[in-house]
Design a protein around this ligand. Structure first.
Ligand code: AMP
Ligand code: MG
Length: 305
């Protein structure tokens, strides 16, 4: 345990943002809605604050954190931006795009944020609550998903509490998140090439050249609902809770109309529901491997691993 007993939940209004900013200033942990999933934020410039994230999540220390900033101007204090990286930031920030870039030697970031790597992952989020919080403080925020390491990511305040109640100081409740899956991560190389490290809501396939490189923390088993998961299921076995998609109606559905954007938004809520259901196993209908369907299938494969 991190030593915390009470986790307060407040609305992500002006008073809530002000309270969150005070807690973060003094080195505490606050769960914040973003346009992807809820993040667990701490100030990224203080080693003790960042250490609390790893402790509360039970996150392995080799798994680096994404640093959230207001925009490219702030990001340039922490990383070397090539012209290609700057162009990507200008095109897609604020938004669900994380860039892995060479870390600046003088970057005022706790070493644990980057797990000792010479690179740093940066993102400018679009959610109004996260943006208001970043505007209210004068440091960047390290923020992985607000769940115990390895478990299902949270898309509402109740999911955060289910995983981290008593282990963090505050949850800013901004309702359900929109994109539903974590940000697209790319590495922009010195030669201008862009490599996708993690598929996400933003489709950048057209920009990509080359294959994947190793991304620490992209563990095969992740987002685990604690039960066996069978993929590409057409119908449920008697002991299975079926998550449907399109014409395959299940015990719940990602999207009855077969809409991939809606499916991404509902993915983690469906996995949470399946985890709590009486059936000992989970089955999931096939999801097309196109657009944000790539990110959905990536997370489902890890949930099944
Ligand atoms: P999460 O915050 O849980 O969405 O995870 C962030 C992910 O970003 C990690 O699991 C890493 O795979 C990736 N990441 C963060 N920093 C770096 C980095 N410097 N180099 C490569 N990948 C990174
Ligand atoms: Mg995560």
């Amino acid at each position: 345990m991190s030593g915390k007993n009470v986790t307060e939940v407040v609305l992500a209004d002006a008073a809530g943002i002000a309270k969150a900013a005070r807690i973060l200033e003094s080195g505490g942990l606050v769960a914040v809605p973003t346009e992807t999933v809820y993040g667990l934020a701490a100030r990224a410039d203080r080693a003790e604050a960042v250490a609390k994230i790893y402790a509360a999540k039970g996150r392995p220390d080799f798994n680096p954190l994404i640093v959230h900033v207001a925009g490219v101007e702030q990001a340039e204090r922490y990383a070397e931006f090539s012209p290609g990286a700057r162009a990507l930031a200008e095109a897609h920030w604020p938004g669900p795009l994380t860039q892995v870039l060479p870390r600046r030697a003088d970057a005022a970031l706790a070493a644990a944020v980057t797990a000792g790597l010479p690179t740093v992952a940066l993102r400018a989020p679009a959610h109004s609550a996260m943006r208001a919080l970043l505007a209210a403080v004068d440091f960047p925020l390290a923020a992985p998903s607000a769940n115990r390491s390895g478990f299902i990511s949270p898309t509402c305040a109740a999911h955060v509490l289910a995983s981290l109640d008593g282990r963090i100081d505050l949850v800013l409740d901004g309702g359900a998140t929109e994109a539903g899956v974590e940000s697209t991560i790319v590495a922009v190389r010195a030669d201008g090439s862009v490599e996708e490290l993690r598929p996400g809501p933003l489709q950048i396939g057209a920009l990509l050249v080359g294959g994947n490189i190793e991304a620490p923390g992209q563990l095969a088993s992740h987002y685990a609902p604690g039960k066996p998961v069978r993929l590409n299921a057409i119908r449920a076995q008697p002991d299975e809770f079926l998550i449907g998609f399109g014409v395959i109606t299940g015990d719940c559905t990602l999207s009855a109309s077969g809409d991939l954007t809606e499916a991404a938004t509902r993915l983690y809520a469906a996995l949470h529901e399946a985890a709590l259901a009486p059936q000992p196993r989970i089955a999931v209908a096939p999801v097309p491997e196109e657009g944000v369907g790539r990110a959905i299938n990536d997370r489902l494969r890890r949930a099944a691993a």
